[in-house]
Design a protein around this ligand. Structure first.
Ligand SMILES: Nc1ncnc2c1ncn2[C@@H]1O[C@H](COP(=O)(O)OP(=O)(O)OP(=O)(O)O)[C@@H](O)[C@H]1O
Ligand SMILES: [Mg+2]
Length: 383
């Protein structure tokens, strides 16, 4: 293939390691971190595979290459999982980073995609491919929270994740953080043989492969789901650090990470909320729901959870007989209303009885009313 690839590595054994991924490419050059400045100019590669140099100058090198080669696509390869380094490398302009040797299988996949896009772009308008098309490590985390039990978090989180997966090509992961009782497995009819607790032993090096080995897939959409251990004793062994590592590793590997949270505010819920790009607060149309929302607002303030620009309310169970209307809610709270989901006893009941998710295929014609509302919300979010 035509793609010009420059590999920057300070040790020889890398050639062998990368051989399977690079075998199809004719234009592959190797250089070291000391020589790279000369070579960049000379070769003008399309793709730079940069291995973390021994002197730890990875971030600076990414910046340098990015400057010299604005259209170049930089992929960072490293043997150690180090969140701070990886975050900095992505900020500096690497579009992707891959852990060796575990994630090397991804490399072939990404290179193929790059080659394919370059080909298309050249045919179309002769413009260069922008690295943005491949960005990984910046997946969005949306968590579903409410201070009031039974408001519909699990129903909406599963419905949202399912519709998102069906209606887009995004990689979507749903995580059930109701560690004691779970819930997601019921709405999606999933087996309970693997759970997120299976990731505890690999907490410090958690990567895409580990997650992939533990997820369950919903049969219609292939939505990937990390189930709850549903066990108080196991829940006790799950730490704040685990939750934070889990969410970060997930964010690196998926475009959207949907998190279903319990009402109980503890350090785990806190951590998940802190890691979220967006918190969907699920609210019903009655006075207790509004009162509890106020308490939660207060609690967030006391815990110094900064919700500026990342808290939105989803009104669930909307119907004509509700005590309050959606318009009342708008007058009572300051944050945006992301969606209104109707009360749909029949549709929800039918799905539960059949052990089926609310939506089973993309662009499904005969959706129940609640499923329609969820789909509309997801489509609005995708545009
Ligand atoms: N829009 C809706 N229409 C009809 N029924 C709904 C709707 N949303 C949720 N439900 C039903 O209400 C019940 C509670 O919903 P769900 O379990 O999602 O709430 P939750 O906030 O996750 O509760 P928990 O506190 O138990 O985690 C479920 O039986 C669910 O099927
Ligand atoms: Mg729930």
């Amino acid at each position: 293939m035509e793609t010009k690839i420059l590999v920057v590595a300070d040790y020889e054994s890398v050639k062998e390691l990368l051989q399977p991924s690079l075998a199809h490419y004719e234009h592959v050059r190797f250089t070291t971190s000391r020589e790279v400045k000369k070579e960049i100019d000379r070769i003008a590669p399309d793709v730079v595979l940069l291995l973390q140099p021994e002197d730890g100058s990875g971030v600076e090198l990414v910046q340098y290459i990015q400057n010299e080669l604005p259209e170049g696509i930089i992929i960072f390869l490293t043997e150690k999982q180090d969140f701070v380094l990886l975050r900095d490398v992505v900020r500096a302009g690497a579009v992707e980073y891959i852990l060796m040797p575990d994630e090397l299988a991804l490399l072939s996949d990404r290179l193929e995609k790059i080659a394919e896009l370059m080909h298309q772009q050249q045919r179309r308008k002769g413009t260069a491919v922008s690295g943005q098309a491949f960005v990984r490590g910046r997946g969005k985390v949306y968590s579903f929270y409410s201070g009031k039990g039974g408001s519909g978090r699990t129903q909406l989180a599963t419905g949202f994740a399912q519709a998102l997966k069906l209606e887009s090509t995004a990689r979507v992961l749903l995580i059930d953080l109701n560690l004691q009782y779970g819930g997601v497995e019921t709405f999606l009819s999933l087996d309970h043989n693997r759970t997120l607790a299976d990731l505890l032993p690999v907490m410090h090096e958690m990567n895409e492969n580990h997650i992939r080995n533990v997820v369950q897939r919903e049969i219609h959409s292939k939505l990937e789901v990390l189930l709850s251990p549903r066990d108080a004793e196991t829940a006790e062994t799950i730490s704040e650090e685990f939750v934070s590592r889990l969410i970060r590793a997930s964010r690196r590997s998926y475009d959207f990470v949907i998190v279903d949270l319990p009402t109980h505010m503890n350090e785990l819920t806190y951590t998940a909320l802190e890691e979220s790009d967006l918190i969907y607060y699920v609210m019903n149309l009655d006075t207790p729901s509004v009162q509890i929302y106020r308490l939660v607002e207060n609690l967030f303030r006391r815990l110094r959870i900064d919700t500026t620009g990342r808290l939105e309310v989803v009104i669930n169970q909307v119907d004509r007989e509700s005590e309050l209307s959606a318009a009342d809610i708008k007058g009572l709270i300051a944050v945006p209303i992301a969606a209104e989901i109707c009360r749909d006893r029949r549709g929800v009941q039918a799905a539960v009885n059949q052990g089926m998710p609310l939506q089973k295929e993309a662009n499904e014609k005969k959706l129940a009313p609640a499923a329609k509302d969820i789909r509309k919300w997801v489509l609005a979010k995708l545009t």
